[in-house]
Design a protein around this ligand. Structure first.
Ligand SMILES: C[S@@+](CC[C@H](N)C(=O)[O-])C[C@H]1O[C@@H](n2cnc3c(N)ncnc32)[C@H](O)[C@@H]1O
Length: 270
């Protein structure tokens, strides 16, 4: 079963799942590997036969949808973005929250095994907490994949997942366990994980900071992106920030958002 056949298959199947091929072009190996395994398990001839199988069995689409999730993540991924969150966004939001006496609420949407929300927790605990003592913060993290969320609960990671973190943080926040690294409990307790499909469900707002990186803007087709970002907008606090990730941008002409740092793909709710 060749890669070109998988590409042709994905170009046919992804729009039927309301997903977009360009987002998958560079990472197609992950879904292709899982689809090929499924084809072998079903003892089918190849991608053409699997396509026919899908056309005859609507329930198989749910499995295909699961194969088409990209799960790559790591701590402090996109250092420029996290430095901006640390140096500008969170201090500004924390100041405003202190002045109004409200908790500061963040949401990591598509949080994989916790690398992204825990990076926010590290920023808060190691850099900002002392300056804003007494202020309540809440970090909610959602993902569709229960297995990844189980790993987030365990909070044990290979060294490669920590390579973008400032070295001192690696030392202060993790303890070695065999060849892996466990995030110390004090950095885990402020993060709440929920299993949710962002296409159907979202945690209640208001949020001051939402990270939706390498998910909707990357992999969802445009009409689905519009639905998702409209619902996210409805959960944003006025002036709150939305971080999309390097390859994402909001669909053209969406109301309620203004670009704040174009090169970092950060927008503000206005
Ligand atoms: C590529 S990872 C990105 C992880 C992290 N945001 C980052 O940028 O490092 C995409 C994550 O989105 C999750 N995901 C995919 N489809 C989803 C959906 N419909 N609802 C919620 N999460 C989803 C995947 O399980 C995966 O953990």
């Amino acid at each position: 079963m060749s890669t070109p056949s998988c590409t042709i298959f994905l170009q046919w199947a992804l729009p039927r799942l309301r997903l977009r091929w360009p987002g998958f072009r560079k990472v197609r190996r992950q879904p292709c590997k899982l689809i090929k395994r499924r084809i072998r398990e079903l003892r089918l001839e190849g991608f053409g036969a699997y396509r026919q199988y899908l056309e005859e069995r609507p329930e198989e689409w749910e499995l295909l949808d699961r194969f088409c999730r990209i799960t790559i993540s790591r701590f402090y991924r996109g250092q420029g973005v996290f430095n901006t969150i640390k140096d500008i966004i969170l201090p500004e939001l924390a100041q405003a929250a202190t002045a109004s006496g409200t908790p500061l609420r963040c949401w990591s949407a598509g949080c994989a095994s916790g690398e992204e929300p825990y990076s926010l927790a590290l920023i808060w605990q190691l850099e900002l907490k002392a300056r804003f003592s007494g202020m309540d913060t809440e970090i909610i993290a959602t993902d569709i994949d229960g297995h990844l969320l189980g790993r987030a609960d365990e909070a044990v990671y290979p060294g490669a997942s920590l390579k973008d973190l400032p070295p001192a943080w690696r030392k202060d926040a993790f303890e070695p366990t065999g060849e892996l690294f466990r995030l110390r409990p004090e950095f885990r307790k402020g993060v709440r994980f929920l299993q949710q499909d962002i296409r159907r469900e979202m945690p209640p707002g208001p949020f001051h900071l939402v990270l939706c990186r390498n998910l909707a803007a990357m992999y969802f087709e445009e009409s689905l992106q519009r639905e998702v970002f409209e619902r996210i907008r409805g959960r944003m606090a006025e002036g709150g920030y939305l971080v999309l990730g390097k390859h994402g941008r909001l669909p053209e002409g969406m109301a309620g958002w203004e670009s704040w740092q174009e090169h970092l793909r950060i927008s503000r709710a206005v």
